[in-house]
Design a protein around this ligand. Structure first.
Ligand code: HEM
Length: 220
């Protein structure tokens, strides 16, 4: 790990690996949350399974937390190092002609997503402590859907969530294909396929989350 993070190439590689892990997490997270639209039982059962599964609670969840923190810290480190190494700024270098807004503003979209995650953790971990499994509490298998549904009664929360999901889409629009480039996956035949898949991914995943938030708001 130390070797991986001590050189710029190593850091980019590690950053890309954490990004890929988070890309997979988003698909799983969306899939579980989409169940809340299609039926209370399906969502309650899935949450019950995940909330009480030791593999998920004691292995996947800490790994996920590590990946989230690592990705953000490494993003800042890389950005600072890039700025130091770049003698002329993007403005002088006619940045908009050579790169997209998304690629130049990964730090801004990343910071909004980080702020969203703080709000999200407050919503589902701190504020709603009994949403999480706590030793000694009676098992209430049906509380999950109700708690989730109630969160989206508040228009401001829905608006903040939707803005964050749009920024998430912009972050993914560059991040998806960039993570493949960073691990050296470049090929005349496959790179266009990865780019096209990344474009669809960065539209459909945020749209799925937006749909869930709006669905719960309008069905209060
Ligand atoms: C409408 C959209 C979303 C809903 C309804 C939702 C719902 C939830 C719920 C209920 C939990 C708590 C799960 C538990 O008991 O541990 C959770 C955790 C979490 N969410 Fe979301 N989420 C949404 C979007 C997102 C997005 C877009 C991200 C990332 C950018 C995200 C990142 C996380 C993380 C990192 C956790 C903590 C890990 C975990 O507990 O599994 N969520 N979310």
């Amino acid at each position: 790990m130390a070797g991986l993070t001590s050189s710029t190439i190593g850091r980019k590689y590690a950053m890309a690996l954490s990004a890929m892990f988070l890309l997979i997490f988003l698909v799983m997270h969306l899939s579980v949350n989409l169940l809340s639209v299609f039926g209370q039982d399906a969502y309650n059962n899935a949450s019950q399974f995940m909330g009480y599964n030791p593999l998920i609670q004691f292995l996947m969840q800490p790994v996920l937390m590590f990946a989230v923190i690592f990705h953000f810290v490494m993003g800042f480190v890389l950005e600072i190092k890039n700025n130091k190494a770049r003698p002329v700024g993007y403005n002088v270098n006619n940045g908009s002609a050579n790169s997209t807004w998304m690629s130049r503003n990964m730090l801004i979209s990343g910071a909004v997503i980080l702020a969203f995650i703080f709000l999200h953790m407050y919503d589902f971990w701190v504020h709603e402590m009994n949403y999480k499994y706590i030793d000694g509490l009676p098992v209430e298998e049906t509380r999950f859907w109700g708690d989730l549904h109630a969160k989206f009664a508040d228009l401001w929360r829905v608006v903040l969530y939707v803005i964050s999901f749009i920024l998430l889409g912009l972050h993914l629009a560059h991040g998806f294909q960039s993570s493949f480039q960073s691990i050296g996956a470049r090929h005349p035949k496959y790179t266009p396929v990865i780019k096209a898949f990344g474009n669809w991914y960065s539209i459909l995943i945020p749209l799925g989350f937006i749909f869930i938030a709006i669905f719960h708001y309008v069905t209060q």
